[in-house]
Design a protein around this ligand. Structure first.
Ligand code: C2E
Ligand code: CA
Ligand code: CA
Length: 641
């Protein structure tokens, strides 16, 4: 609306500027003429005419001055109107020099009309026409300085009438053309402001107005309104891989399919033209008016998902694009338009989280989960600011000698630990924000500080295993940060191992491999954590510069359960690792039996509650001192803790 007004306003301004220029030019030419003819008239002894001409000239100069001072254009036009009328009547009254006055009246009247809008011009024409008729055809004509014959008078009036009609027609048509342009322009602007230029669907602004109107009506008529929030899955890849043009084509195709899929025919809700909208990029909404039941919204969502039928075909290429749809229903899920949109959006995120290419209904749990995520995020920020993070250490033992060969640093957050929230819960949340990079660096720095202390005090030569987020595989700065810290704490790089979960690896991720290789050139080693959970092809994993595989806890846990497959998996991993000369660590050893099994198959290292729980630094120092003073059996060690 505002942009509309603004553009009309701009056009009015341009028009007014042209009007001012016209007045300036006319005033300038007019005053020059008046000066010349005024002097000539005085010279010809026509004192009355000469004085009027010179008076009008003065008024003309004043008007020019006003125009240059930018005072109101209306005032200038009125002054010009006055001057021109006085001039015309004076010429009629005096007959002008050598009785040519009436001839001058025609252009003066024409100018007089053209500087006015249509209806003012009509008014002026009438005034001049009536007064000149009275002056010419009534006894008042006796007062005129010249005698016009009846023939002359009639000819003058008829010519004047014709002139006025021509001028008025011209002014009218110009004004009409101008108004049409303004109207067309306003329509264009309205389209621009309320419709998406790519798909022609209503845009976000338009949607907001519509949903507000629809909910107001629904409240009055006690109807149910469903809102479907649609976000395309994998659309970014299409844009990145095939360019924006193909991306745009895909969006247009989808909007056509969406219109078809939500056609009213047998729809469970009423459908109006403004019920679809494109909110941004690949986000669309569908409003379901007068919905018969909440479940019916799911039927529409299903129909929309079906348009993908395994993807979308654009520009001869099959794209694996799908949609995640969130559904919220008024009045059950939300009372206001904003809330309805927000809840449908949350449900859409839930659909993404639950695997994409699906729809989810909004539930209160979604909001609760989001609130909890938000709270954890806030706690993490505070923990970073107020240094509420700490580390515990989990020793890693050599399966054959039972020596402590390494320690894994595990993060704890004081203000979340009280609620029993550990890293397995808060790290994934930190990963969705930028906090993770700061947290990872905090861990790297503080664990290295510990290692430096253990090196100095205890001459500990085991590995320090540091968990880092998969995010760091894409962080070009990370290897440099590590290098700096290694130098700062004088740590031999061979004593540091970074653990990254297998699931963080993406197929053919060249950038990731490059960053890992850069890390490796520093001299540190790399371990694939939670190995076996990612179902990544082993051959593929070998492209990663790993040194160690950590068999996931779930496999060790299942060793002596009914699942024989678990046992197989552990030995398969062990054999493959041997083939590629990788160290194997068994995680989550909770029983002696499990430890024995790992020892038997030749697993290199083991860690788990049976051997040692994660412990604080002072306890670790005691444990290291103990293991140094005597050679002990690992199970004895755990008993002593
Ligand atoms: P993870 O790297 O697999 O770490 C091992 C987790 O398993 C630890 O839990 C440890 O306490 C637990 N665990 C080890 N042995 C046993 C066992 O025998 N029985 C049982 N029940 N549990 C065992 P924690 O400390 O809660 O860490 C959970 C996850 O959080 C870690 O899994 C790791 O992925 C992540 N994490 C922990 N610390 C950090 C960190 O400093 N940075 C990053 N980026 N992630 C971390
Ligand atoms: Ca780990
Ligand atoms: Ca693990």
């Amino acid at each position: 609306m505002t942009s509309n007004n603004q553009s009309s306003h701009e056009m009015l301004k341009v028009r007014s500027e042209r009007h001012i220029l016209l007045c300036k030019v006319l005033s300038f030419i007019g005053t020059t003429f008046l000066l010349i003819f005024g002097i000539i008239s005085i010279n010809d002894q026509a004192f009355f005419l000469g004085s009027v001409l010179l008076f009008c000239m003065c008024a003309g100069y004043i008007n020019l001055y006003l125009l240059y001072r930018n005072t109101s254009i209306e005032l200038s036009v009125n002054i010009l109107n006055g001057i021109l009328l006085i001039l015309s009547f004076t010429l009629l009254f005096t007959g002008g020099s050598q009785n040519t006055g009436v001839l001058w009246i025609y252009p003066i009247i024409a100018i007089n009309l053209f500087i006015n809008r249509f209806w003012s011009a009509v008014f002026l024409s009438l005034i001049f026409f009536i007064i000149s008729n009275i002056l010419l055809f009534t006894p008042l004509s006796d007062f005129l300085l010249v005698n016009y014959s009846l023939h002359q008078s009639i000819r003058f009036e008829l010519t004047l009438l014709a002139l006025c009609l021509i001028c008025l027609a011209a002014i009218h048509s110009e004004e009409k053309a101008y108004n049409t342009i303004i109207l067309m322009h306003d329509e264009d602007m309205r389209k621009l402001a309320y419709y998406d230029s790519l798909t022609g669907l209503p845009n976000r602004q338009n949607f907001k107005i519509n949903i507000t109107r629809i909910l107001q009506r629904a409240e009055k008529e006690q109807q149910r309104v469903g809102l479907l929030y649609i976000d395309l899955d994998n659309f970014k890849q299409v844009n990145d891989n095939y360019g924006h043009e193909v991306g745009d084509q895909l969006l247009c195709l989808f909007s056509t399919l969406l219109k078809e899929a939500t056609r009213p025919t047998d729809l469970v809700a009423k459908r109006e033209p403004e019920d679809l909208a494109r909110l941004a990029g690949d986000e669309f909404v569908v409003i379901l008016n007068d919905l018969d039941s909440t479940i019916s919204a799911g039927t529409v969502a299903e129909r929309i998902l079906r348009v993908f039928d395994g993807g979308l075909n654009v520009a001869g290429i099959h794209h694996s694009v799908f949609a995640s749809i969130g559904i919220a229903v008024f009045p059950e899920d939300a009372k206001t338009p904003d809330e309805l949109q927000h809840h449908a959006d949350l449900a859409m995120y839930q659909a993404k989280k639950n695997g994409r290419n699906r729809f989810e209904f909004y539930t209160k749990e979604i909001t609760d989960e989001l609130k909890e995520r938000y709270r954890i995020e806030e706690c993490l920020k505070i923990a970073l600011e107020e240094n509420l993070f700490s580390l515990v250490y989990m020793p890693l033992f050599d399966c054959q000698t039972s020596e402590i060969v390494g320690i894994e640093a595990l993060l704890r957050c004081q203000n979340l630990e009280v609620d029993g929230i550990g890293p397995d819960k808060f790290i994934p949340i930190a990963e969705t924000t930028n906090l993770i990079k700061e947290i990872d660096l905090w861990v790297v720095e503080n664990s290295m500080a510990t290692l430096a202390k253990l090196l100095a005090d205890k001459d500990f030569k085991g590995k320090l295993c540091i968990n880092i987020s998969g995010i760091e595989i894409q962080n070009e700065l990370f290897p440099d940060n590590v290098k700096e810290l290694l130098e700062k704490y004088c740590i031999p790089p061979s004593l540091v191992e970074f653990e990254i979960t297998e699931t963080a690896f993406v197929l053919d991720d060249e950038k990731g491999i490059a960053i890992l290789k850069k890390l490796k050139t520093l001299g540190v080693s790399l371990a694939l954590d939670d190995f076996g959970t990612g179902y990544t092809a082993f051959s593929q994993l070998m492209h990663y510069p790993a040194d160690c595989l950590k068999i996931d806890r779930s496999f060790i846990d299942g060793l002596f359960s009914e699942q024989e497959a678990m046992k197989k998996m552990v030995s398969i991993i062990k054999n493959l690792a041997e083939l590629y000369e990788l160290r194997v660590v068994g995680e989550g050893v909770e029983t002696e039996e499990q430890l024995k099994y790992l020892q038997n198959i030749g697993c290199d290292w083991a860690q788990g509650y049976f051997l040692s729980k994660p412990i604080k630094l002072d306890e670790l120092e005691k444990l290291l001192a103990l293991s140094e003073s005597e050679t002990v059996d690992s199970s004895t060690l755990s008993k002593r803790l």
